[in-house]
Design a protein around this ligand. Structure first.
Ligand code: PLP
Length: 402
């Protein structure tokens, strides 16, 4: 049995998406900047895809630029705004973000601090939500940008972006949100929210990897961060990835509202089933969370142990975010919501997709239950078991030691 519950890391590329992309590798492979018919075909495909994308969020086509993914979109948004103000000789620039952002934002902010930009990292509450009061009180006369993610990739908590947008507008500050995890899962209508920049990525929504988009509201002050041709409204140079862009637009086109309802039902079933396991805790917000995210901490055992045992049984999950899973450092997000050490170390993220079935969820609940039971038997920390302090007899002859 193979059950993939790591859809916040990446998703299967939908067969319809692959089918839509294929002709753009082998038949209509022209460069959208070329003047001949092959170039015109590519140019038409590019502008149709851009139009489709813009319509999806009620934006204008010229407000959408395609990038190589969520990471690049985040970099262009933050660095592009800073570069604009630096070019205008503004010597004091302040950005407000949160301490649970994806590394694509946090590490960009670190780089900007190296350039002399001031950054405030807002704290979040125990469910992962920022404080609007703290946001307001962090604003300085030279705050140029607020960047708060729409939903967190580890715990699924959704931020109040409408309210954040209103605060930004009131203070005439630009607002960027990383919506990589929310596209197709939470309605994004830019006529409804005051937002100037939004980052998106295709591979989280059954599109291909290596393609992303950035919504840039008309008249937003932003300079390119790489230099080359005049592609993408002079904001992101480089020959456009037409097959990727076609795939991204197709993935959006085939996403359905019913998928959200289906995932929400299965998510709640998984949460209920996992919380029946003794000493387990749901991390993140109970209701204000992504329709596909379940993050549960199991006390007294290591998440990595659970993950490997689940993998042996055919189930893919994650401990924290995939990007940081190579490090043994506890997740910055789980630390930020002030979880106890025992919960952080036993935290597992299960992320569903529209292809997840009830059978997958039933099997997962059963399998996690038996793995947790088995691992706890061996855990020195488990309730009822005391640490066994073994006193070794020192038989070594130390006489000749220096
Ligand atoms: N932002 C968030 C919230 C993410 O979850 C991810 C990927 O996990 C990214 C940005 C980076 O996106 P990409 O993999 O397309 O570069």
């Amino acid at each position: 049995m193979k059950i993939y519950l790591d859809n916040s890391a990446t998703t299967i590329t939908d067969k319809q998406v692959v089918k839509a992309m294929l002709p753009y590798f082998t038949k209509n492979y022209g460069n959208a900047s070329s003047l001949h018919y092959a170039g015109s075909e590519a140019q038409k495909a590019l502008s149709d895809a851009r139009k489709k994308f813009a319509e999806y969020i009620h934006a204008l086509p010229e407000e959408i630029i395609f990038t190589s993914g969520g990471t690049e979109s985040d970099n262009i948004a933050l660095m592009g705004v800073v570069q604009y103000y630096r070019a205008n000789d503004e010597n004091k620039i302040h950005i407000i973000t949160s301490n649970i952002e994806h590394p694509a934002i946090l590490n960009t902010c670190k780089a900007l601090e190296g350039w002399g930009v001031e950054v405030t990292y807002l704290e979040v509450d125990e469910e992962g939500i920022i404080s609007l009061e703290q946001l307001k009180s962090s604003i300085k006369p030279y705050t140029k940008l607020i960047s708060i993610m729409h939903a967190n990739n580890e715990i699924g908590t959704i931020q109040p972006i409408k309210e954040i947008g209103e605060i930004a507008k009131e203070h005439k500050i630009l607002f960027h949100t990383d919506a990589v995890q929310t596209l197709t899962k939470v309605k994004i209508d830019i006529q409804d929210i005051n937002v100037d920049l939004i980052s998106f990525s295709a591979h989280k929504i059954h599109g291909p990897k290596g393609i992303g988009a950035l919504y840039i509201k008309k008249h937003t002050p932003l300079k390119p961060i790489t230099y080359g041709g005049s592609h993408e409204y002079k904001k992101r140079p480089g020959t456009e990835n037409i097959p990727g862009i076609i795939g991204f637009a197709k993935a959006l086109e085939i996403s359905k509202h019913e998928d959200i309802e289906k995932m929400t039902k299965l998510r709640d079933k998984l949460i209920d089933g996992l919380l029946k396991i003794p000493k387990s805790k749901l991390n993140g917000h109970k209701t204000n969370r992504l329709c596909n995210n379940v993050n549960v901490g199991f006390e007294f055992i290591e998440g990595e142990g659970i993950l490997m045992h689940l993998s042996d049984k055919g189930i893919c999950v994650s401990t924290g975010s995939a990007c940081s899973s190579a490090s043994l450092e506890p997740s910055h997000v789980l630390k930020a919501i002030k979880l106890r050490h025992e919960i952080i170390h036993g935290a597992i993220r299960f992320t569903l997709s529209k292809y997840t079935t009830e059978k997958d969820i039933d099997y997962t609940i059963k399998t996690v239950g038996s793995i947790v039971k088995k691992l706890r038997k061996f855990s020195a920390l488990h309730e009822g078991k005391k640490y066994d302090i073994i006193e070794y007899e020192d038989t070594h002859d130390h006489a000749n030691e220096e």
